[in-house]
Design a binder for this molecule. Structure first.
Ligand code: FAD
Length: 319
């Protein structure tokens, strides 16, 4: 079923969804089950699965030279989606990124997803590879999420890269995109960012999942700004709890988000006690979730980042 159909069928009751980080190479599907098993009691209609592009490393060769090699630390998004659907009988929403893919490889991935009966895809550009500042597209790949989205949308209309296919199947993907309540780091200003978001929606995006935020007013203002720009698709708030002292600096740097002063003060008060930091962060996220539910957010999307204990504690209080 499509994300948009779940939202329509929910009749304004808030839904919960979880985003999981697919495991490092060498780990088994059990590591995903360890995250999902305790969360399935909250009946998420769908589970998002992230995608990671390969990284470039320099490897010392036998003759002493260094060769550039591509290493994909977290492969297997498509397989994990299939395994999740098979085991839990819920829909999986794979993230598909531009980075590391040629358009031909993107088409093959979309065909695989269609064969697996996956109906929802979150279309993203992807970040710069680890250790690099700027995003660089693959040679022959897409530059922006909208280009990937348009390729999937063309397949929804039966248009593939080869134009001599006989009666090509029209895929039936429900396509989502990312939105940034506090602006994407590279956008010159909020209006410019919103215009790009509007272009993605006009090109066929049917839902938006937001970057994490810790101050609900940022989400409410973002939704208002989107509606004023004639963006009327569901805007799913994505949130996560702050659970360690280190995240006070890591989260703003990594995700271009602000941490509210009140939260920072509360964390600083207990900074020498890891358990108390965890409790403050989890309680903040519970209050955030309750307010979002009350405001009529269609789905609360939790970035689990494998932190089952925190997410389960929050979901128990909210759903
Ligand atoms: C919910 C969510 C899930 C995510 N999951 C993953 C994941 O699984 N894997 C991963 O690698 N990353 C993931 N990310 C991170 C995401 O890939 C990065 O934030 C990335 O930097 C931007 O992706 P985007 O899809 O928003 O890109 P885009 O929509 O391409 O936007 C990127 C920047 O370019 C601008 N822009 C957009 N279109 C154009 C255009 N046509 N011309 C000029 N400028 C333009 C935008 O304003 C923005 O500043 C996720 C982010 C979110 C919010």
């Amino acid at each position: 079923m499509k994300v948009t159909d779940y939202i329509s069928a929910s009749k304004n009751r808030p839904l919960v969804s979880f985003e999981i980080l697919h495991p490092l190479k060498g780990k088994s599907f059990q590591s995903i089950c360890d995250v999902l098993d305790p969360l399935m009691e909250f009946k998420p209609p769908f589970i998002n699965v992230t995608y990671h592009r390969s990284e470039t490393k320099f490897k010392k060769m036998a003759d002493g030279r260094f060769d550039k090699v591509a290493i994909r630390k977290r492969p297997g998004t498509v397989g994990i989606c299939a395994a999740i659907m098979n085991k839990y009988k819920v829909d999986a929403v794979p993230h598909l990124i531009c980075g590391g893919f040629t358009i031909e490889e993107t088409e093959d991935a979309l065909i695989d997803l269609d064969f697996l009966g996956i109906q929802n895809i979150l279309c993203l550009r992807g970040d710069a590879p680890h250790g690099e500042v700027q995003f660089t597209p693959e040679v022959g790949g897409h530059h922006h999420a909208i280009d990937l989205l348009m390729q999937a949308e063309r397949m929804n209309n039966g248009i593939y890269l080869e134009d001599d296919l006989k009666n090509p199947v029209k895929t039936n993907f429900c396509l989502g995109v990312a939105g940034y309540p506090e602006k994407h780091a590279e956008a010159p200003n909020m209006i410019a960012d919103l215009k790009q978001l509007k272009a993605k929606v006009d090109a066929g995006a049917q839902f938006i999942v937001t970057q994490m935020f810790f101050d609900n007013s940022k989400y409410f203002e973002f939704v208002d700004a989107c509606r004023k720009m004639d963006i009327h698709v569901p805007i799913i708030p994505g949130i996560k709890p702050l659970t360690t002292l280190k995240q006070l600096t890591v989260l703003p740097r990594t995700f271009n988000v602000n941490l509210p002063e009140e939260l920072v003060i509360e964390i600083q008060k207990v900074k020498n006690d890891d358990d108390k930091v965890f409790k403050v962060g989890v309680e903040w996220c519970i209050q955030q979730s309750k307010e979002l539910v009350k405001s009529g957010a269609p789905v609360i999307h939790y970035y689990t980042m494998s932190n089952v204990k925190a997410i389960k504690t929050i979901a128990e209080q909210v759903f």
